[in-house]
Design a protein around this ligand. Structure first.
Ligand SMILES: [Zn+2]
Length: 114
């Protein structure tokens, strides 16, 4: 499962940051996942609840997920639009020159803990 490996990557980032900042417990992991990134939040949360228990530092850590909307800008006509699918077809001129400018993010932003 794709989300399982993403959850493992998040865990590795969080553990490294927690150790660097000498935390004894991570409470919240702030993460951004773009709305058109194709990541299932349900599957990711499920996978996270499994992988977090592998280390006492993260055993109680919950995910706080921000979801940037999808945006695209057409290189042909300049149209800037909200997009709901990761396609490159411009809704105005129909050419496949839409560049996705937001919505594909997958980043660990910060962690909170003590
Ligand atoms: Zn266009």
């Amino acid at each position: 499962m794709h989300e399982f490996s993403l959850a493992e990557q998040v865990l590795a980032i969080v553990l490294a940051a927690a150790r660097e900042h000498l935390l004894t417990r991570v409470a919240v992991v702030h993460i951004e996942i773009g709305q058109i990134s194709g990541v299932s939040l349900e599957a990711l949360t499920f996978a996270w609840e499994f992988v977090r228990s592998g280390d006492p530092l993260t055993a109680g850590a919950v995910l706080d997920i921000k979801q940037p909307a999808g945006h695209g800008k057409c290189a042909a006509c300049g149209y800037d639009s909200v997009v709901t699918e990761p396609l490159r077809i411009c809704p105005r001129c129909g050419l496949t020159q839409l560049e996705i400018t937001a919505g594909l993010e997958f980043n660990v932003l910060s962690i909170s803990g003590e």
